[in-house]
Design a protein around this ligand. Sequence first.
Ligand code: SF4
Length: 352
Amino acid sequence: MEMIKRRKTRPVYIGNVKIGDDAPIVVQSMTDTKTYEIENTLNQINRLYQAGCELIRVAVPTEKDVQALPQIVKNSPIPVIADIHFSPRIAFKALESGIHGIRLNPGNINDKEQIRDILLECQKRNIAVRLGVNSGSLEERLLEKYGYPSAEALAQSALYWSEFFESIGFKNFKVSIKGSDVLQNIEANKIFAQKTDIPLHIGITEAGSLKQGSIKSAVGIGILLYMGIGDTVRVSLTADPEEEIDTAYKILQSLGLRRKGVEIISCPTCGRIEVNLPQVVKKVEDSLKGIDKPIKVAIMGCVVNAIGEAKEADIGLACGNKSAILFKKGQPIKRVTEQEMVEELLKEINTL
Ligand code: SF4
């Protein structure tokens, strides 16, 4: 089996979660609740954790949000990262809250003295930083040099701030470079990755709705991952953050980098179909939610080519007229009726 060779990076720890080096690619997300609504925020963090989220970021735009952090950090099952923009004052308060990491965009603080002080405080408290560079907040001098926020300009900005972080002895950080489109994003991350061993947080920002955003993310994140680039992933969707986790694992799984749940493959259907396959697939998908086994389940529309087509699946159904053949490792094991096919399949999966 083909394997992706990952770029060699140095490790960074956010709480007890290791990013980079030999760690698996970490899946993260961001809450969309008001952070100061502590119960809602914790409920969402717990749901995301159940879905497989390994790191969570919360927005901290106001004083009220900072005040909520100690309780959120204390009760969260996964390390919490505070998302800070513009305000060094809020950054310092967040650092006192026990937070595991902060995300800083030096472009929107842009005061080296204040950034240095924040980093020294992080150093003292062993708090990791995500250094975020965005096309929307690039430094003037780079805009003047490159004329617009090009991929090269974004990579140069990330390299510049990384060198600044390191010049004061701060190494516990990862970098994210977010361009305005998929190609720019890929190119900027590629330029940066060739020059350092700093772990990269990758994702396509403002990717869009569930479908469009998932496709854009799969392409952008997928190409970077294929090149071995990316140590932690966030899929950004205008949708429930639980969908972000699901999409992230599907992207990682399709490249053989991580797996979560059960992999379901199904045929596209054609004129030979005699059952409502989308309905069968939906039923199986719903029933398997929450089951985490390293298996592949195939659901095929007919018996003509199905068993052969799904040879690499561990178990599956080849549907026919009002019945289906249940197969295991490419071998038929029994015939089941349309009514019992999903239940029989689940029973067999439980024995694996
Ligand atoms: S498995 Fe059968 S129904 Fe599905 S695409 Fe292949 S031939 Fe058509």
